[in-house]
Write a protein that binds this ligand. Structure first.
Ligand SMILES: Nc1ncnc2c1ncn2[C@@H]1O[C@H](COP(=O)(O)OP(=O)(O)OP(=O)(O)O)[C@@H](O)[C@H]1O
Ligand SMILES: [Mg+2]
Length: 219
């Protein structure tokens, strides 16, 4: 799937203080199957941008087109359905559910179909090298393992677009390389578009293209 934005702006207002302009007239185009590294200093607006591109947050103004469809002209229910059917999201903090096992965490988004999806979930876990941990709880896993579960969870719907927000941020180099590989290989296998927020220069080099944000602008 391809993504295009037109004059995307995001402003955050707080009582008793001036509005903060987090994204300023963002125009970008990401082609189907492209692997993009989104880089920029802390606070530049990277997470805000991919939350909007991933249809989890609305812009203050401007458009996001996914395969030509003007997404934010639609209601929240429609956005939810696009998210469910087409988008996988790996968050900056993994947000696994502590009282669910690894396998259950992966199946949460498809709970109604958990029986029929269980085999696929285990295949994904196996690719992530974690099948033997499927009945463990997140607190029993290392940070890198938890992040791999979060990636597996994002892949359960065969997403056409994968967003990952600094998935290797808190990990050592070795664990980080495994996560990177899992994401790139998964995007290849699904022929999906990948947008990866990273501070890691090596990782940015492996992507097809780098987009740099600076204080809410694309530079
Ligand atoms: N809901 C909000 N209300 C007010 N300010 C916000 C809100 N969300 C984000 N911001 C501000 O917008 C700016 C961009 O935040 P964002 O989380 O997108 O940055 P980032 O590039 O992802 O940074 P990091 O690399 O630290 O994750 C920051 O200054 C942040 O404080
Ligand atoms: Mg961020």
């Amino acid at each position: 799937m391809n993504i295009k934005t037109e004059n995307l702006n995001k402003q955050c207002s707080k009582k008793d203080s001036a509005d903060i302009k987090v994204l300023k007239s963002i125009n970008l185009e990401i082609r189907t199957g492209e692997k993009i590294a989104l880089i920029g200093a802390s606070g530049a607006g990277k997470s805000t941008l991919i939350h909007i591109l991933g249809l989890m947050d609305r812009p203050t103004s401007g458009k996001v087109y996914i395969d030509g469809l003007d997404c934010f002209s639609k209601d929240d229910k429609f956005l939810r359905n696009v998210r469910k059917s087409s988008i996988g999201f790996v968050f900056q903090f993994h947000y696994l559910m502590p009282d669910f096992t690894v396998l259950e965490n992966i199946l949460i988004a498809v709970w109604k179909d958990k029986k029929s999806k269980s085999k696929q979930a285990q295949d994904i876990l196996s690719k992530a090298g974690l099948l033997h941990r499927k009945d463990h709880y997140p607190s029993e896993l290392s940070g890198g393992e938890q992040q791999r579960v979060a990636i597996a969870r994002a892949l359960i719907n065969n997403p056409r677009i994968i967003f990952a927000d600094e998935p290797t941020g808190n990990l050592d180099r070795h664990a980080g390389i495994e996560i990177e590989k899992l994401l790139f290989d998964s995007a290849d296998a699904l022929a999906s578009t990948l947008v990866l927020v990273t501070h890691n220069e090596d990782l940015a080099k492996k992507s097809d293209r780098t987009i740099r944000l600076d204080d809410g602008f694309i530079v």
